[in-house]
Design a protein around this ligand. Structure first.
Ligand SMILES: [Mn+2]
Length: 335
């Protein structure tokens, strides 16, 4: 049976929306398609209801998502400009993040102290109690599904731009409808979004077919460095800042590099180590869903889903990456 819209689930949030006028929407650090799609669709929905809405994030929007935001409604947090606005907001929405204020990047501390009613809408499995009202559904494939559900429950009108934002959110978080949380309900929502005018090819192309030649060549280089462990059940590879500079590629363009190893037959876990400034390594973990790798990420102060997780760790690129490979080896040995 298909999951049905749950009015009771949304009741508290709907009554807060009805009673207030100024809203701030934010999401996790390094926002992805689902984070941005959820923010943009929710913002437009609230504006349609006559509300004053500002979207403020700690980090910049990756260029591939600019097509969703031609009027540049998504702002990067600037202390002097946005702190008064955040303090004045009656309601603060946190979407696609429920792991606490730290997940939101440097804007988190400001939001934490703000007086407005705090609401969280998310689907991550490591939710903590940090807001006044939370709807966290770990069965949802994307936060965009939940935003769709809220808009639908409120009888909101779905414009083409809202539908595109939600569709972008769903395809990025489901890996184009292939990850395990992709449900019949996901496809039902997608159907509604297509009926609202979304072109699946156009959205896909905007997100996945905008690479520079250098990026593809870097992927070729990285592919040639892939190493295996545990009889090929684990693959791992790493990228340092010098190589990134040589290929003239930005850290923000590396979306999808973590799943590169998943295309190899027999691979259960992929570990991608990326050297980032200040002596840190960003570890991305992917699994084929037969094994949950988010606990390893959590142990290092990171988080994520069973099949896709990550953490930022102090240390040297090869040292940190090998350490994680060893952790995964141990984990695999237990299954
Ligand atoms: Mn998400």
């Amino acid at each position: 049976m298909l999951k049905m819209t749950n009015t009771i689930l949304w009741q508290d949030i709907i009554s807060v929306i009805e009673k207030h006028n100024t809203f701030v929407i934010t999401t996790h650090a390094n926002p992805d398609g689902d984070a941005l799609g959820s923010e943009l669709a929710l913002a437009e929905h609230l504006r349609n209801l006559g509300k004053k809405v500002t979207i403020i994030n700690s980090d910049m929007m990756p260029a591939v998502y600019h097509f969703l935001d031609p009027k540049k409604k998504v702002k990067k947090y600037l202390n002097t400009k946005h702190t008064p606005l955040i303090n004045k907001a009656e309601v603060i929405f946190v979407v696609d993040a429920s792991g606490g204020w730290k997940r939101l990047g440097h804007i988190g501390d400001v939001l934490k102290q703000a007086k407005g009613i705090k609401i969280c809408i998310d689907h991550h499995p490591d939710a903590v109690d940090f807001v006044d009202i939370a709807v966290v559904d770990t069965d949802s494939a994307a936060a965009s599904e939940l935003i769709y559900d809220l808009i639908f429950t409120m009888n909101g009108t779905l414009s083409l731009s809202m539908a595109e934002a939600l569709y972008a959110g769903i395809i990025t978080d489901t890996g184009n409808f292939r990850f395990p949380k992709t449900s019949a309900y996901t496809h039902r929502i997608a159907a509604e979004l297509l009926l609202a005018g979304v072109s699946s090819l156009e959205v896909y192309s905007q997100i996945h077919e905008q690479s520079s030649l250098e990026l593809i060549q870097l992927r070729g280089y990285l592919s040639s460095t892939i190493k295996t462990a545990a009889d090929g059940q684990i693959v791992y590879y790493m990228l340092d800042q010098d190589t990134l500079r040589n290929y003239r590629v930005n850290t923000t363009e590396l979306d999808g590099f973590a799943s590169l190893g998943q295309e190899i037959k027999g691979v259960r876990v992929v570990i991608f180590g990326l050297e980032i400034p200040q002596g840190r390594v960003k570890i991305s973990l992917r699994s084929d869903s037969t094994i949950a790798i988010n606990q390893i990420a959590l142990d290092y102060g990171g988080g994520g889903h069973a099949a896709a997780a990550g953490a930022t760790i102090m240390g040297k690129l090869d040292g940190v990456t090998i350490e994680i490979v060893e952790k995964v080896k141990t984990l695999l040995a237990c299954f």
